[in-house]
Design a binder for this molecule. Structure first.
Ligand SMILES: Nc1nc2c(ncn2[C@@H]2O[C@H](COP(=O)(O)OP(=O)(O)OP(=O)(O)O)[C@@H](O)[C@H]2O)c(=O)[nH]1
Ligand SMILES: [Mg+2]
Length: 181
């Protein structure tokens, strides 16, 4: 992941020949407060981009243009409680340039705690996860997001939920290190 970080940090000055090199430029994108920085802190090795929905990046078009997001190879798109219209617009932009992405739903720990408080004994965590996954699939149905590319995580507890599967999926799309490195 160190490689992707060093590449990302220089992505603004990247030249076309870089495209052939052994790097993957990941963009961690999403609305402000969706958990990108917390994910970076939990994992390390990614470059932390700002979120949209702030005075600097009020809409997805400005966000996309200013951060030159089309230069990235892969996208980690962060969402929190709801899949908003700007979230959908961002997914659409990524799809329009045919770049792969993972959709990462953060803060599941909050939902679990909240349900536990409300329902006490009868709470079934797998039902909640299914409900959230189905909600995301439904909201993104016109964009046909693959179910296996959706990860429900808590940045506060990387041992639980889909955090490990997400890391595994990220590792799987990284290029193999060159022999001798
Ligand atoms: N409960 C819970 N809180 C989280 C989680 N991820 C992030 N947070 C909290 O949500 C708030 C925003 O998280 P950040 O990681 O700073 O958000 P960001 O996406 O980097 O947003 P900006 O960089 O400000 O645009 C912080 O208070 C985090 O501690 C999570 O998985 N669970
Ligand atoms: Mg941040």
């Amino acid at each position: 992941m160190g490689k992707s970080q060093s590449k990302q940090q220089t992505s603004k000055s990247s030249k076309p020949e870089d495209e052939k090199s052994n790097y993957v430029r990941f963009a961690l994108v999403g609305s402000s407060g969706s958990g990108m920085s917390a994910f970076v802190n939990a994992v390390r090795g990614f470059c932390d981009l700002p979120g949209y929905g702030t005075p600097s990046y009020p809409d997805v078009e400005t966000y996309w243009r200013t951060l030159e997001l089309e230069k990235f190879d892969r996208f980690l798109i962060f969402i929190s409680l709801r899949v908003t219209e700007p979230d959908l617009a961002l997914i659409k932009k990524v799809k329009s340039i045919n770049k792969p992405f993972f959709l990462i739903r953060t803060k599941i720990d909050d939902n679990v705690e909240c349900m536990k408080r409300k329902q006490k004994v009868v709470f079934k965590e797998e039902d909640l996860l299914l409900e959230i996954r189905n909600y995301i699939l439904e909201r993104t149905s016109h964009l046909s997001c693959a179910e296996e590319d959706i990860f429900i995580i808590s940045n506060y507890d990387p041992r639980k939920w889909d955090f490990f599967s997400l890391i595994q999926a990220i590792i799987n799309v990284m290029p193999a290190p060159e022999i001798g490195e």
